[in-house]
Design a protein around this ligand. Structure first.
Ligand SMILES: [Zn+2]
Length: 99
């Protein structure tokens, strides 16, 4: 359910592309840079057969990446904070909570 809800939020701006509308006090450039870096790191982990910190389905596309990150943020926050601290920090700002 969290996953589908994240897609709905993502679709509020320019369709589902992993770039939902963010709060005015958040920087779009930072969102892009951090999510891109995390995406690239995960793809590299996949190609080098490293264990992935989140479900590999996230690498389907950037919309799924945002949805799976959101799901992990709420369901396994410790895991996300440990392995993807920058994404965790941005999602704390985005969802206005610190699970
Ligand atoms: Zn999805």
């Amino acid at each position: 359910m969290i996953h589908e809800f994240a897609h709905k939020l993502d679709m509020l701006r320019d369709g589902a592309n992993g770039a939902p509308p963010i709060h005015p006090d958040m920087r779009p450039g930072e969102w892009h840079d951090i999510f891109s870096a995390a995406w690239n790191r995960l793809k590299n982990d996949l190609h080098t057969h490293q264990p992935l910190p989140i479900d590999g389905y996230s690498l389907t596309n950037l919309a799924e990446f945002f949805a799976v990150c959101s799901e992990t943020f709420f369901e396994a926050p410790k895991n996300m904070k440990e392995h993807m601290p920058e994404v965790y920090r941005l999602l704390c700002q985005f969802y206005r909570q610190q699970p």
